[in-house]
Design a protein around this ligand. Sequence first.
Ligand code: HEM
Length: 507
Amino acid sequence: MSTLEIRFPAQLEAFKSSVTLSTLGVLLVAVLLTVGRSAASGRRRAWIRVGRAPGLFGRNKKAAVQDFQQHGRALVRHGYNRHKGRNFVVYTAEKDQLIIAPRFLPEIRMLPESKISHAQVLMDYWVGEHIGADVAMGGAQHIDAVRGPLTRSLKTTVPMMHREYRRTSEFLFSQIPKDTREMSVYQFCYATVSSMTSTVFIGEELTHAGGWGNIVMEYFPEAWRIRNALKPWPYALRPLVKPFVVKDNKLEAILAKAERYLDEPIKKRRSPDNEDVDILKFLAEYNESPRKVALQVVGIITGALNTSTHALMEAIYHLCAHPEYIPEIRAEARAALASENMQWTYEVSKKLHLLDSFLKESLRVFAPEGQVAITRKATSSFSLSDGTWVPKGTYIAVAGEAMSRDPEFYPDPERFDGRRFLGPDGLPLSPDREFHGIEPGNGMWGSGRLTCPGRHYASALSKIIIAGLLLKYDISLPKGQTLKPGTEMDANLMPDMTQTIVLTEIE
Ligand code: HEM
């Protein structure tokens, strides 16, 4: 008999057996969990991997991240072409991303929030709780505002957008140095999109009152700075480290300024006899706090601004690379304007078919959502029809850029063809071949339930800006310059922000 057994009194014996039993219980649960987890990871292992794996406990994570940062576009393209029609996983700048083949898109496009979420991807990516995104996205009023009133009212707002374009562009053109005639493409696109979008969101009077443009301009860089400082930290530690890693945080001051700016106008729009017709009125009527309304307005304008500015910059670069389109796009705009008594109406935008196709081709070739588009997070586990197991928490996407270069969707895909989406009669081949349309292979506006609601607005806006520029000037790159490629950032692509163009007034 061992000394241990002699020493145990009766109660301790009972305790010992209960300890043994609970230990066994814990062990059993652990075994079951391990078996369950390894079964799940077995299923996960069944995924085809492209590029480096982060390894057990993330020991190869750094190399995997570097690999993606340096070769991300090529990696995803390679995976898409090599495993055509199959799903594969790639380690992106921070996580495993399951890239699903286009044939599975119909299976996920309408899944509800309880299955897949885009909002959660944005919250994760943007450390949303620290930049006000949690408040702005608590409810879908801002998305409804874009999908509903903004899109529906284009007939009435297009003349106002055009007025605002004239106002902003005339100012910018007056600043161009007489000797070089050079203008920054980024500044031109940013300033026109910003003022035109502000006008439809908060009205002409408020946009021109002074100070609003600065609020919009200050929000994004500060939110991005905070995001970059906090992103490397685990979720739970972010509130603790924030005062130390985010020096001189100006976000609260910017948001307070936005709130003060919109406070009275919100009250005014809530009064029963108010006749304003802007988006602020639509948002004000939900009776949310002025802070939330301010965040929604600033958030949507910021989102609309970045996407549209980048798409327009690329369109201008493509015009410089393919100047043969300029006279035809100009002639089309002149004819459309003449048919509407030289007034820029919504009907004018609808008649610009060549410009429409050119803009769409430019967006296809640019593929701003670079490697991955239509990003989602699985909010519960499910399987795709080929048996691919998608556990809860999986990040899902499609290979946006690879799809846009797939000859199955776009014949001769490497060729820039400004008329790609037009038939021999010069009209769009089909409604989904219009700029705002989503034809098979197009991931640039997203997919399904969460498709970009701003694409009709983006179409009207882009046409006013590009046609407006070409009706006044011939454009070209400064002598001896060639276009520089864009910059890859995480999974996205940014156009070259430094390029200027030379403006030559047309007779
Ligand atoms: C060329 C310009 C634009 C591009 C390429 C673009 C692209 C996109 C993409 C890819 C998405 C995600 C869709 C998905 O994942 O399924 C999206 C969402 C969204 N876009 Fe745009 N967008 C543009 C302009 C705009 C504009 C001008 C506005 C507003 C006026 C806007 C408002 C939104 C909103 C509110 C969402 C979120 C939709 C939701 O979560 O349900 N976008 N956009």
